[in-house]
Every structure is written in C-alpha cells, then in structure tokens.
Design a protein around this ligand. Structure first.
Ligand SMILES: [Zn+2]
Length: 91
C-alpha cells in the first residue's frame, strides 16, 4: 500500500503537502509598479511563479525551461560534449 495515508486523489505531491520545489528572490518587471522590483519567486513542479514584494502582484513565468537552464542539466550536457569530443579524437 503506497500513499494509503492520503485520501483518494491526493498523492502527497500537492503544493499544500510538498511545498514549493525552490524559492528565491530576483528582480523582475512589475506591470502594476511599472518598474523593476524585487520579486519572490518559487517553482512548484517546474512551474515558476513570482510575487512582487512591493504590491504583491502575482505573475506566472511558465516552466523551468522557458526561464532558466537547470544547472545540473547544463553540467551533464557539457560532460556529454567533452565525452563526445574525446571519443571522436580516438584512433
Ligand atoms: Zn509591483
């Protein structure tokens, strides 16, 4: 029995249970303030949302890939490239 502690339809990965994957602060343009302000960002299941620290305007930024490259993935791709170039130099 997996996840039997949760009611039907609840996996335990819901926002209320699992919380955001990541939170950080960054500058972003706020339509309400009509300038760049500090935003509190968070990602939940690879969807990024932010809230203006000045006026609490909330924005959606879409998924991870649209916004920034996952550093781990970037490093893996770099290692793949190095691996490829090493192999192609082989005799
Ligand atoms: Zn604002």
């Amino acid at each position: 029995m997996v996840g039997s502690n949760y009611p039907p339809g609840v996996t335990g990965n819901e926002y209320e249970i699992a919380g955001p994957d990541l939170t950080w602060e960054d500058q972003h343009y706020c339509d309400d303030c009509e300038k760049y302000t500090e935003f509190d960002f968070e990602s939940f299941r690879k969807i990024i949302s932010g809230r203006c620290a000045v006026c609490s305007n909330e924005i959606d930024l879409g998924t991870y890939g649209d916004y920034f490259v996952d550093p781990d993935r970037q490093r893996d791709e770099q290692m793949d490239k190095e691996e490829d170039s090493r192999l192609s130099k082989g005799e």
